[in-house]
Design a protein around this ligand. Structure first.
Ligand SMILES: [Zn+2]
Length: 701
């Protein structure tokens, strides 16, 4: 005990002019608190508070307990006031603030009788034996027209033991208030026990918010006929085991009533009471004991509304995703993690397809556990996901294997796949992505894969790609070429794998899911993109598309390229600047993908012209060509028009024409891009050279 603190508290409260100290502070060695009693002087009458200041104040909170008042907002069941003062590590300042808050509470809630906009559950003395989870949405008047009491049905979610005895249970409600509760099938299938429910017309509280704590006060709130129904229930179920072990001598009684919800409407709250079974007349035994006079005090149990909205209230994916039927093909490192992200985000229907079993080497970068080794990946994942959310139905399939269009099974599987709204292909199987590309499904398909050492994660969408596999290959070529996996577990392993850590994979994966979620939420077109680390920060580059309708040609340029160009042209402002594009052609040369820009080391530039050194370009192109095994090639030229528009000039035309006519260039239809920009605009104009003319592209939104 700190003598200095004690003296400080006594002298400080003495000095506050609208506080009288009724009982000086002294140290309570049992509770380790400085206890005293004060009166707050008010116009009408003074209000007395017992004050407990913990030895460790302000690390722990001061308590002001007002025995003369109950049931006010922000007043706990033990009559202490909930002040919610911000933390300050300074006894004097914190005490000043706490006293200010206390005065504010008295003024607002006691004198002005203000009521909060938000409903506050009425505090009660809780038994600490059961956690009772129910689901309630908006209150419907007609729900209790038929009956206002009946049998309740519940299942045990889990049991907690101490000293080898069950000390506490969690129970989920299956049926209550004339309604079945909708949990996912594995929860609905659980063993059921019965209890009783009653719906009352008002909250079981007195003097504002103080929870009723004895039967004499509660019984008058019960609807007519309930007491005799209850007696009958006890007799009728005399030979039943009403609950799980340890609770077999209890009757669960749930009391429901209307409370306001956050949408300014109403919902039902169900409270729970455990009644000792042996205190009520069972069978035809004569007994005078009845509900209401048999036991005096009521002990309430904890109960929670756990409906879908509440369960995912703190954060969920957009409902455009959660209401979709989703399939994940391949549940290794990527597939298992994305499954967990989606389930925690509130999805309701998920199918998983994988025939592999869990190996020890899988654990370090997936959501599987060591104890899962040797089990089926799908089955273990299903169990895990089911334990996370009671709202998701998970289906395991094993029929998704690569079929060529020639196969009998091809059409059958295609029909099957069309039933899904969203498909994530995390299988890293070339046959699967080829098949999904060929099928041209209506479903939104995302192909996800990592590059070596988790430097990038690529996400190819079938919505913006005619051929997913071509775009996938192209993306891999441009991202440092296709690298051979080289990690081997021990010697003699015939199947090398990529190295990638759980944290790297999941940073990119979470970012990828965030981007997909935003595109659904904002109704944006689905795009292919990749995410990558740049100086330990995650960025992404998505495909931006331009179309030339007359010729039926498209350009996909990675947004990272346009960002690079934007930075470069401003660096050289107000002079012109430029470079060349590299990438490749896909979709029978109808689509060109621009994946990078090359800039010259040597060039001449002015306000109205730009001349790069072609030898410089050739050297750089050769390097890229060799590194990518000839997959990444020259696509066209670009230069800037500072403070102007993206119309090409005569010299611009002549220059691209000479490129097209050159026998040394791989294409006769080079792209020309003019990056027009100024203070508040950046307007790249794309053209293709075709039969002695330049054709302009339009941007696809
Ligand atoms: Zn120009």
């Amino acid at each position: 005990m700190n003598e200095q603190d004690l003296n400080f508290y006594n002298s400080h409260f003495e000095e506050i002019k609208d506080i009288n100290v009724i009982q000086k502070f002294s140290f309570n060695h049992k509770t380790k608190t400085f206890d005293g009693k004060i009166a707050l002087k008010r116009e009408k009458s003074d209000i007395e508070f017992n004050v407990n200041i913990p030895e460790d104040y302000p690390f722990r909170d001061i308590r002001f307990i007002c025995s003369s008042m109950i049931g006010y907002p922000h007043q706990n069941y033990d009559k202490s006031v909930c002040l919610n003062t911000p933390f300050i590590n300074h006894i004097y300042s914190r005490l000043e603030l706490d006293i200010e808050k206390l005065k504010g509470w008295v003024y607002q809630y006691v004198e002005q009788e203000k009521s909060d906009e938000h409903y506050e559950y009425s505090p009660a003395q809780y038994g600490g034996t059961v956690d009772f989870l129910f689901q309630e949405g908006e209150y419907q008047q007609e729900r209790f027209d038929q009956s206002r009491f009946g049998e309740m049905c519940y299942s045990i979610l889990n049991t907690h033991t101490s000293n080898k005895k069950i000390s506490r249970i969690s129970a989920i409600c299956q049926k209550i208030g004339n309604k079945e509760i909708e949990w996912s099938s594995s929860y609905k299938k659980k063993e059921k026990h019965i209890g009783i429910w009653v719906f009352i017309n008002q909250e079981p509280v007195f003097t504002r918010k103080h929870r009723i704590d004895n039967w004499a006060d509660l019984v008058p709130l019960f609807p007519e006929g309930f007491l005799s129904y209850f007696e009958d229930f006890c007799k009728r179920t005399a030979n039943y085991k009403l609950g799980a072990k340890t609770f077999q001598d209890k009757i669960l009684l749930s009391v429901g009533y209307r409370i306001p919800n956050h949408k300014r409407k109403e919902e039902i709250h169900w409270d729970l009471i455990l009644l000792p079974k042996n205190q009520f007349p069972r069978k035809q035994r004569n007994s005078s004991q009845k509900l209401g006079n048999s036991i005096q005090n009521i002990t309430w149990e904890q109960s929670y509304n756990s409906d879908y909205q509440r369960f995912f209230g703190r954060g969920a994916l957009t409902n455009k995703i959660t209401n979709s039927k989703i399939l994940i093909i391949g549940v290794g490192a990527l597939g298992s993690s994305i499954a967990e992200i989606l389930v925690r985000g509130g999805i309701k229907s998920l199918s998983i397809n994988d025939i592999d079993i869990v190996e020890a080497g899988n654990i370090c970068r997936s959501i599987f556990a060591f104890s899962d080794v040797g089990s089926s990946k799908s089955a273990q994942l299903k169990a895990k996901l089911t334990s996370i959310s009671p709202f998701v139905e998970i289906d395991i399939t094993d029929n998704i294997v690569p079929y060529s269009p020639k196969s009998e099974k091809y059409e059958e599987l295609k029909t099957e796949l069309q039933k899904f709204d969203i498909i994530f292909d995390c299988s890293a199987n070339n046959g699967i992505i080829q098949m999904l590309s060929d099928m041209e499904l209506k479903s939104k398909v995302y192909y996800l894969s990592m590059t070596n050492k988790a430097k990038e994660m690529i996400c190819i969408s079938n919505i913006d790609c005619i051929s997913m596999i071509e775009r996938r290959n192209q993306m891999l070529f441009s991202l440092n070429g296709i690298q051979e996996a080289e990690f081997r577990e021990g010697t003699g392993c015939w199947h090398p794998t990529f190295e990638a850590s759980y944290f790297d994979i999941n940073q990119l994966l979470h970012y990828t899911v965030k981007k997909i979620n935003s595109s659904f939420a904002l109704n944006l077109p689905q795009k292919s993109f990749y995410t990558y680390f740049e100086n330990e920060v995650i960025s992404s580059s998505e495909d931006i598309k331009f179309i030339q309708k007359e010729l039926g040609l498209t350009i996909s340029i990675e947004s990272a390229c346009l960002d690079t160009i934007f930075d470069l042209v401003w660096q050289h402002y107000p002079k012109e600047f430029g470079g060349i594009f590299v990438g490749n052609y896909i979709n029978n040369y109808k689509e060109v993908v621009i994946s990078d820009v090359i800039i010259p080391q040597n060039f001449k530039s002015s306000f109205m012209g730009f001349q790069p050194d072609p030898n410089d370009f050739n050297r750089q192109l050769k390097k890229i060509y060799d590194k990518s095994n000839g997959k990444v090639v020259y696509i066209g030229d670009w230069h800037s028009h500072p403070n102007s528009n993206n119309q090409f000039s005569t010299p611009d035309f002549q220059s691209i024409k000479s490129v097209a006519k050159s026998s040394k260039v791989n294409t006769h239809n080079p792209i020309l891009m003019i990056a027009a920009f100024g203070k508040d605009y950046f307007d790249p104009g794309f053209y293709v050279y075709f039969q002695d003319k330049l054709y302009k592209y339009e941007k696809i939104k």
